[in-house]
Design a protein around this ligand. Structure first.
Ligand code: ZN
Length: 123
């Protein structure tokens, strides 16, 4: 086996592992969304630039007025982002526009809320 083949096999195995991890977390989030009562609260005002937020102790997604000005696809990915905080305990490691976003490790991507929102907008 050449080094390149070995590297390709390891890369494919890693991608399969990552894909299974994402699939399992997505199932977990959907199961929790189906089995739990959760609320969306439309806020009249928020901090400048803020589109939505959740408090760490609750399952209420607070949606800010700005979120309704950016289109339905953006709003949908914002809700997935916020629900990933609620049900997957994700963090805001990097936002999509941050320079560090594209360099996140697979593990960080799985634990980063904006990757879940971005995943939703792609699939
Ligand atoms: Zn967030």
């Amino acid at each position: 086996m050449t080094t390149q083949n070995k590297d390709t096999r390891q890369t494919n195995a890693t991608r399969r592992d990552d894909l299974n991890k994402v699939k399992n977390k997505l199932k977990e989030m959907l199961k929790n969304m189906k089995n739990n009562i959760h609320w969306i609260e439309c806020e009249c005002s928020c901090s400048k630039g803020q589109q939505a937020y959740v408090w760490p102790w609750g399952n209420v997604v607070h949606v800010c007025p700005d979120a309704f000005t950016l289109g339905t696809a953006w709003l949908e990915s914002t809700l997935v982002h916020e629900y990933s905080h609620v049900y997957l305990d994700t963090k805001d490691i990097a936002y999509k526009g941050d320079p560090s976003y594209s360099g996140l490790s697979s593990e960080d991507k799985t634990n980063n809320a904006d990757n879940w929102g971005d995943f939703d907008s792609k699939y």
